[in-house]
Design a protein around this ligand. Structure first.
Ligand SMILES: [Mg+2]
Length: 253
């Protein structure tokens, strides 16, 4: 019986194709808030560019390590390291305080894929639990601000999980198991939907879930044959009919 559907966030529910800026410039704007916050709270760091570079060097290294170890980067922890490396007293700032100063919000140019509200409303109407499981280095408290701006939060009351909070990145089984635990369902009662063959499809199948590949770009040739999704869709509108085949009667609630 179908009890829950878990979704990746970026490029599965949230369309980034309209984002025209560059990530480093965008992040610099957020980091300026952190720089100013430190100055206002007794730690004037020597130089904004040096702080931004310090942060970027450290977060890039965290992602590099994460790709092999699957230990999740956490921007709050990296910000604390960066301000301390730039001269703030050790322990002067908490990750929570710096994350607040970072001022994360929805990124201009991003939007929900147009079919998302209607499909999510259908899923919730039939009593199916839902989750977001994202490989973000931002804790979910930050991504929640963004998904509320996109009016997505209402469809995910049960579980929203960021890799930064889980401690590990997809495809590590731990992040999927934690989400299933929070939902109170077994892998056989759940379906995962995502756009990344390794993180989403191989990861979810690895813990026993059926996995639907949301095609935003074709699966790389080298992976086709090695990773075989249980289904592939071009739009989330195609998901309910697939569920009809796998879980007849799921709409009867
Ligand atoms: Mg994605």
């Amino acid at each position: 019986m179908l009890k829950a559907i878990l979704f990746d966030l970026d490029d599965t529910l949230l369309d980034w194709s309209g984002f025209a800026g560059d990530w480093k410039t965008l992040e610099c704007q957020f980091l300026t808030g952190v720089f100013d916050y430190c100055a206002a709270n007794g730690s004037v760091l020597p130089d904004l560019d040096a702080f931004v570079d310090e942060f970027h060097t450290r977060i890039r290294e965290s992602w590099r390590l994460g790709r092999t170890s699957l230990i999740a980067p956490h921007i709050g922890k990296v910000m604390v390291e960066a301000v301390e490396a730039q001269g703030a007293a050790v322990g002067a700032f908490t990750a929570e305080a710096l994350l607040g100063a970072y001022g994360w919000h929805a990124v201009p140019g991003t939007q929900l894929f147009k079919e998302v509200p209607e499909v999510m409303a259908t899923i919730k109407k039939h009593g199916i639990k839902t989750a977001i499981v994202t490989n973000a280095s931002q804790p979910m408290t930050l991504r929640d601000i963004e998904i509320e701006e996109h009016q997505l939060l209402q469809y995910f009351p049960d579980c929203r999980l960021s890799a930064a909070d889980a401690g590990v990145l997809k495809p590590h089984p731990g992040i999927f198991q934690l989400a299933l635990e929070r939902l109170g369902v077994s892998p056989e009662e759940a379906v995962f939907v995502g756009d990344n063959p390794i993180a989403d499809i191989a990861g979810a199948q690895g813990v026993g879930m059926q996995a639907v590949f949301r095609i935003t770009s074709p699966m790389p040739q080298m992976l086709s044959g090695l990773i075989v999704p249980d289904a592939a869709i071009n739009s989330l509108e195609e998901l309910p009919p697939i569920l009809d085949g796998w879980f007849p009667g799921w709409r009867e609630n």
